[in-house]
Design a protein around this ligand. Structure first.
Ligand SMILES: Nc1ncnc2c1ncn2[C@@H]1O[C@H](COP(=O)(O)OP(=O)(O)OP(=O)(O)O)[C@@H](O)[C@H]1O
Length: 290
C-alpha cells in the first residue's frame, strides 16, 4: 500500500508554553512493498513520524495518505480506526502490552476488535503463532508464563493477526541478545518478502538498516535529511557524521557482501567467510548504534 506524506508538521502541547515543534514540513513517498529504515539521532523525530502513520498522533499541519485513505489535521475518528486496521505497529518492548489470561485470547483481541468473528480470530491466532515460530501449545498458556523472547513473539503475532498492509517496527529488538535480535529481524524480513507488506523500521542499528532495508530515511531535527538506498546513504559518511551518526566498518562489509554497493568487483579483496566472521564478531558485541 503506497504511503504519501505531504507537508507534515507536528507540534506537541501546541498553544501552551511547553509547545515543541517535533516535525517540520516533512514530505515523503513510500511506494508499496518498500522496506524502509528510519534512522537519526535521538530526538530527531522518528517516533513522532511513525505514530502519524497509524493515527496515534494527528498532524498539526499537512496530510498522510495510506492507500486511498487521507488523514489531515482534525481528521475524523472513523478514519483513524480504518488507518489502524491497515497499519500495525510493533512498539519497543511490545510484550509489555500483553494482558489477557491466555496467549490465544491475547492474539485474538485485535482481530475481534476490528470486527472479525471469534472463529476467524481463533484461526488467525493459530496461523500467526506458527508464523512467529512458536508451537501451538503456547496458545493455552498464560503469556506471563513464557520467556521474554516468547512473549515478544506473541505480541508480534497479535499485530500480525490484524493482517496489516503496512507494518511499523519501532526498535523491535530492543533488549534482546544478538541471537534473538537476528531471529526477530530475519522473521520481519521474511514476512515482508512473503506477504508483500510495506515495512518501516525505526532503528538505532546501522547494521540492521544496511542489512534489512531497501531504502533508508535519515531524520534530523524534525526534518528529512537524506533518503536513498543503503549504498547511497552510507556512502555519505561526512553528512552522516555531521548529524551524529557513525558508519561502522561492518556496514561497509555488509553492503559489499550483499552486493548493495553496485561494485561487486570489490568482493575479490576478501572472501565471504572473512566478511561473515567480521559481521558475526560485531553482532556479537551487540552491533553499533547511534
Ligand atoms: N509527548 C511529548 N511531549 C513533548 N515533546 C515531545 C513528546 N514526545 C517527543 N517530544 C519531543 O519531540 C522531539 C522528537 O521526539 P521523537 O521521540 O519523535 O524523536 P526520536 O527520533 O524518536 O528519538 P529517540 O531516538 O530518542 O526515540 C524531541 O525533541 C522530543 O523531546
Amino acid at each position: 500500500m503506497d504511503i504519501k506524506i505531504s507537508g507534515l508538521t507536528h507540534r506537541y502541547k501546541a498553544g501552551t508554553p511547553f509547545e515543541r515543534l517535533a516535525l517540520h514540513d516533512v514530505s515523503l513517498s513510500i511506494p508499496s512493498g518498500t522496506f524502509l529504515a528510519v534512522i537519526g539521532h535521538t530526538g530527531s523525530g522518528k517516533s513522532t513520524l511513525i505514530q502519524h502513520l497509524n493515527g496515534l498522533l494527528k498532524p498539526s499541519e499537512g496530510t498522510i495518505k495510506v492507500g486511498d485513505l487521507t488523514i489531515a489535521a482534525g481528521g475524523k475518528k472513523k478514519q483513524l480506526k480504518a488507518l489502524r486496521k491497515r497499519v500495525g505497529i510493533v512498539f519497543q518492548y511490545p510484550e509489555h502490552q500483553l494482558f489477557d489470561e491466555t496467549v490465544e485470547k491475547d492474539v485474538m483481541f485485535g482481530p475481534m476488535n476490528f470486527g472479525q468473528s471469534e472463529e476467524a480470530a481463533r484461526a488467525a491466532a493459530h496461523e500467526m503463532i506458527k508464523l512467529v515460530g512458536l508451537p501451538v501449545e503456547v496458545l493455552q498458556k498464560s503469556p506471563f508464563d513464557l520467556s521474554g523472547g516468547q512473549m515478544r513473539r506473541v505480541a508480534i503475532a497479535g499485530v500480525l493477526a490484524m493482517e496489516p498492509d503496512v507494518l511499523i517496527l519501532d526498535e523491535p529488538t530492543a533488549g534482546l541478545d544478538p541471537r534473538g535480535r537476528k531471529e526477530i529481524m530475519d522473521l520481519f524480513r521474511t514476512l515482508h518478502d512473503q506477504r508483500n507488506m510495506t515495512t518501516i523500521l525505526v532503528t538505532h542499528s546501522m547494521e540492521d538498516a544496511a542489512y534489512y532495508a531497501d531504502r533508508i530515511l535519515v531524520m534530523e531535527k524534525g526534518s528529512t535529511y537524506l533518503e536513498g538506498t543503503p549504498a547511497e546513504i552510507f556512502a555519505k559518511r561526512e553528512e552522516l557524521q555531521a548529524v551524529g551518526l557513525d558508519v561502522p566498518e561492518t556496514v561497509q562489509f555488509l553492503l559489499r557482501w550483499q552486493g548493495k554497493t553496485g561494485k561487486p568487483a570489490e568482493m575479490s579483496s576478501f572472501t565471504i567467510e572473512d566478511t561473515a566472521k567480521a559481521i558475526s564478531a560485531d553482532f556479537g558485541k551487540g552491533g553499533s548504534t547511534c
